[in-house]
Write a protein of this length. Structure first.
Length: 77
């Protein structure tokens, strides 16, 4: 499932930054926002169920949080 989100991010970066498509920039931003909702909710539920301290003892969760917050920062910037 993460492959789909990474592919969406690559399409966004290619269209907006490489080809300078400014007219459709908002469309791609909305797509990224919707694409990051599922992983964000999934990780928040996992964090709630396991507890914050236990959640951050697993290194793979750091990668998930970097992906979620990196996508949010990409949309903001």
């Amino acid at each position: 499932m993460h492959f789909l989100y990474i592919a969406l991010l690559v399409v966004y970066i290619n269209a907006v930054y490489v080809h300078n498509i400014e007219d459709d920039k908002e469309v791609f931003e909305i797509m990224i926002i919707f694409g990051v909702i599922y992983p964000a909710v999934y990780d928040m539920v996992q964090m709630y169920k396991t507890g914050i301290q236990k959640y951050f003892t697993q290194l793979s969760n750091y990668g998930d949080m970097i992906y979620v917050w990196g996508s949010v920062l990409n949309v903001i910037l």
